[in-house]
Design a protein around this ligand. Sequence first.
Ligand SMILES: [Zn+2]
Ligand SMILES: [Zn+2]
Length: 494
Amino acid sequence: MHWADAIAQELAGKKHVIATGITPSGPIHIGNMREVITGDLIYRAIKDAGGDATLVYIADNLDPLRKRYPFLGKEYEKYVGMPLCDIPCPCGECENYAEHFLKPFLKSLEKLDIHPIIYRSDELYTHGKFDEVIKIAIQSTERIAKILKETSGRDVPEGWSPFMPKCPFCGKLTTTRVLDFSDMVEFECECGEEGKVGIREGKLVWRVDWPARWKVLNVTVEPFGKDHAAAGGSYDTGARISREIYGYEPPHPVVYEWITLKGKPMSSSKGVSVTVEDMLKVVPPDILRYMIVRVKPEKHIDFDPQITLLQLVDEFEELDRGSREYELSHVELQADIPFRHMITVVQIAKNDDQIFEVLERSGYKVDRSDKRQVEAVLSLASNAREWVKMYAPERMKFEVKERVDVKFDEKEREGLRRLAELFEKREMDAKEVHDSIYRVANEIGMKPSKLFEAIYKVFLGKKYGPRAGWFLVSLPRNFVIQRLKESQEGNNES
Ligand SMILES: [Zn+2]
Ligand SMILES: [Zn+2]
């Protein structure tokens, strides 16, 4: 049984809200993506089993900027401590800092065929959804402090409050101190000001915010990274606060392991990271889903866009189309063309139109009146093109030469001539061409590998290339015949 189905089975018989989320404080990398895909898989599994489920995604845009990250200019120093949604965006074109990083991520989710209900914390807070849980938290300050001490072993600082008022004078959350609370929160701030604000002007500290949102959004399943799962970590604390302060049974935890990039932990701040957006430029979305689908959440994944990707692609394409893994990886916009073949196609085609011609010659007819199909094919082609540009090993790159500029010996000429005749006689599919190459080589007493080399030399000017049968049928037939004949002429005595 697939792990997502096993979780769904465990959860059966109840209505579920699966919560995922991220603090959009920097580029959102593929490590973070694991959370949302994991949540989506559980969501799909519950639905497939006939259950009732909702997938939500909470953007923690009210979280304060912790520090000026290396990718931020000096001017960001002054925003440290302010909510991300109040800080200007780095490119100047987005609504705010949080949206700048959130927008491309949400777009990527669409491509991955993940459609959660999206909440932004600032909206939840300002629309009053948190009023009740904030009041309870402030009134339970001492009990929460005790839970924190018991779970983490550390005392909270003097004057600690679960609520961080936002100072109306300097706009910061992290510099205020709660002095008193009745209907309003009385505070003082490190900026020297003091005053009163309403409970919608501020935010609960993370360790309380998390269990509070479980109650507010009726969360019953929560995937989270292993950092939160440590003993005395935020899940432990959250579970106690949820039960003891809010009287709410904490959600079923699904702990997932990290995704590392070629062995290195991903970290936006250290620059070792690939954003989900960048990854989707190279990796087809179904393959990216498959990377998460194929292993249990508690298993670590190491990703190498060069080698791992091709292994994943091969493994995925060999999957039985009826298998659960295939089904769970499936995205709506999917082109049923092997990625390796597309890698060949994009290196032959000079433009988008030619992509369809090359595909058709090689046995993949695309209905060009079907806009979704066309979009899916072009999206896969764009993935392949980008992969070739960024990650393809030299061996896999090629370019069809303008003319034959290699010398051939008598045997090679004989083999190429016979192939030309076969191409003239009738149209063949890739497999037939492939078999013919072996047959011709055997007929004339030549090692097949030598004939393959000769073919690559005729077309690519080097001794290797993509799978010959599939490659040759991808080219216009007349061109293949013409080119094979050219190998017979001119400066080719050895
Ligand atoms: Zn921006
Ligand atoms: Zn202030």
